[in-house]
Write a protein that binds this ligand. Structure first.
Ligand SMILES: *[C@@H]1O[C@H](CO)[C@@H](O)[C@H](O)[C@H]1NC(C)=O
Ligand SMILES: *[C@@H]1O[C@H](CO)[C@@H](O)[C@H](O)[C@H]1NC(C)=O
Ligand SMILES: *[C@@H]1O[C@H](CO)[C@@H](O)[C@H](O)[C@H]1NC(C)=O
Ligand SMILES: *[C@@H]1O[C@H](CO)[C@@H](O)[C@H](O)[C@H]1NC(C)=O
Ligand SMILES: *[C@@H]1O[C@H](CO)[C@@H](O)[C@H](O)[C@H]1NC(C)=O
Ligand SMILES: *[C@@H]1O[C@H](CO)[C@@H](O)[C@H](O)[C@H]1NC(C)=O
Ligand SMILES: *[C@@H]1O[C@H](CO)[C@@H](O)[C@H](O)[C@H]1NC(C)=O
Length: 339
């Protein structure tokens, strides 16, 4: 029986210190720009963000995308998203651009905006599911109309230095690369159209960049012993200890419960482990033929609801999970030795 417990070697809820995620080595977020028309002073592009990660979604308060223009481009208008700042458009008379900043910062619109401001896959407050969770909601897109830019595939300059908060730090984006133009199928599937030019930007996640400490801890118990092995003290670092909130505190209602911050800064309930999430692993049965555990996930972060969550578990003996109750389960088999 001991074997099962000591075999629980790592439970991961977004916690790995590597440049990529060993549980999802091919995971990335790809941002595709399709130029759909050239205009007298620039172009109109459809920007599509696809979250190709197996289990890491972009949760509330959503993504923030930034880049640096290569020339003196301006954004005349956007549909399905907006920049957070307009910047200095004082040299424009009459028609004023949506954004004149050299480094625009774009966010998704909130659900329920008027129909004429919507675009396909937009307006979800920047929340994007993981591919392994729901491919149909793993995409976010918007349309942008750019001026003072190149007006052909020979003169256009690709934006540089892409940044993605998903939310909070963690993603590193590579340079934009021209790729074969996207082919679109019309809704009736009887005609194909093609982007005039397409470039892709790929962003990958690194736990090391996201935070110094783990984001969750694991406590253990079993049917044959009353002792609960708790999460280690300061399992997630203790730097938040001065700002934590006692569970009976009146401050909870004052500090904005369930209002996440863009930088992902948590507001924790005071615990000895100081983790936003505790995963409890209780061994209920342990037979020769099979074993069964009950997993309980507890949220100690007052800023988050954690709807749409995923829990990734690495265990040497999960290669034949036969039944999962109350949750959807998907095996991740990045390598033969890891499941
Ligand atoms: C991004 O992820 C997709 C799906 O896993 C994969 O096909 C593609 O090669 C990845 N792109 C890069 C640049 O790693
Ligand atoms: C560009 O990104 C799209 C996802 O939006 C992907 O399907 C396509 O394979 C990517 N192209 C290349 C060459 O990476
Ligand atoms: C640019 O456009 C011309 C036609 O206008 C086309 O022949 C050429 O292949 C395009 N180049 C790229 C890199 O898309
Ligand atoms: C890229 O963007 C980051 C953040 O906006 C900025 O600190 C950095 O200086 C930029 N680098 C270049 C080469 O523009
Ligand atoms: C229960 O677990 C604790 C802590 O591992 C151990 O000290 C104790 O001996 C165990 N009791 C029994 C009855 O196995
Ligand atoms: C979180 O859940 C509470 C209660 O269900 C709800 O009132 C609140 O709007 C939710 N907040 C977010 C950010 O989803
Ligand atoms: C997985 O478990 C099922 C039911 O217990 C069994 O029939 C099957 O042979 C097992 N597969 C492997 C690869 O062990």
């Amino acid at each position: 029986m001991r074997v099962v417990i000591s075999a629980v070697c790592a439970i991961v809820l977004f916690s790995y210190a590597a440049a990529y995620d060993p549980l999802d080595p091919n995971g990335n977020i790809t941002i595709k720009w399709d130029v759909v028309s050239w205009t007298p002073d620039g172009y109109v592009a459809v920007v599509t963000m696809s979250n190709f990660q197996m289990f890491r979604h972009i949760m509330n308060p959503g993504w923030t995308l930034g880049w640096t223009w290569a020339k003196k481009e301006v954004i005349w208008s956007m549909v399905g998203a907006q920049t957070t700042e307009q910047g200095d458009c004082s040299k424009f008379k009459g028609n004023v651009p949506h954004c004149c900043k050299k480094t625009p910062t774009v966010v998704d619109l909130l659900p329920g905006v008027p129909y004429n401001q919507q675009f396909s896959n937009c307006c979800k407050g920047g929340v994007v599911a993981a591919w392994g969770q729901d491919p149909s909601s793993a995409v976010s897109s918007f349309q942008v109309s750019i001026g003072l830019a190149g007006t052909s595939n020979k003169t256009v300059k690709l934006p540089k230095n892409f940044t993605l908060l998903g939310p909070g730090p963690g993603y590193t984006c590579g340079p934009a690369k021209v790729v074969p133009s996207t082919v679109f199928l019309t809704p009736d599937k009887r005609r194909k159209t093609q982007a005039l030019m397409t470039w892709n930007v790929t962003c990958t996640y690194s736990q090391f960049l996201a935070r110094k400490n783990p984001g969750c801890c694991v406590s253990l118990s079993s049917f044959y012993n009353e002792t609960i092995t708790p999460c280690p003290t300061c399992a997630c670092g203790c730097q938040n200890r001065r700002n934590c909130v006692k569970s009976d505190s009146k401050r909870i209602n004052m500090v904005g419960i369930h209002t996440p911050k863009k930088d992902n800064e948590p507001l924790l309930q005071c615990t000895h482990h100081m983790c936003p999430i505790r995963v409890h692993w209780h061994v209920k049965l342990n037979y020769k033929d099979y074993w069964r555990v009950k997993v309980a996930v507890t949220n100690f972060n007052y800023r988050m609801n954690y709807s749409l969550w995923t829990l990734a578990v690495q265990h040497p003996n999960l290669n034949n999970v036969t039944q999962v109750f109350s949750f959807d389960y998907k095996p991740l088999l990045p390598y033969e030795s890891i499941s």
